[in-house]
Design a binder for this molecule. Sequence first.
Ligand code: FES
Ligand code: FES
Length: 156
Amino acid sequence: MKCSFTLNGRAVEAEIDGLTPLLRLVRDHAGTGTKLGCGEGRCGACTVLVDGEPVASCLYPAANVEGRQVRSIESIAAPDAPLSPVQDALLDGGAVQCGACIPGVVMTLTALLEKENRPSEERVRTELVGNICRCTGYHKIVESALAVTTASEEPV
Ligand code: FES
Ligand code: FES
């Protein structure tokens, strides 16, 4: 079957079957920034946004995005453009140690901060529950997310 959707602002039409995960389309059509970690919906490395909501694209059926807006990490900052406030904050906060988990973390935090300017620490931690970071723990990531909220009243 054909699946037509918007990926990072660009129209995509792909041939899929009922078992095709969204992750496959994202990596084929946007680039390899979205990572395959567990492949079982548990680590969050594959997080992308569908109509602004984070989903685990390794399990999310591609057929579900028909007519919808999908954003991957490639939408957050172009290679020659400044980093987003979330990316800046994670770098400034020493919260980035590897490229496996961080794209998913950026997508989850971006979705949250686009909806809420000043989420509480509890809210940030709750939103990040599906993003597994095996090397840093979560303190610096959470502190960085809270730094975004205190640095700007603008949506990110
Ligand atoms: S790769 Fe999708 S949740 Fe782990
Ligand atoms: S920074 Fe990648 S697993 Fe923690």
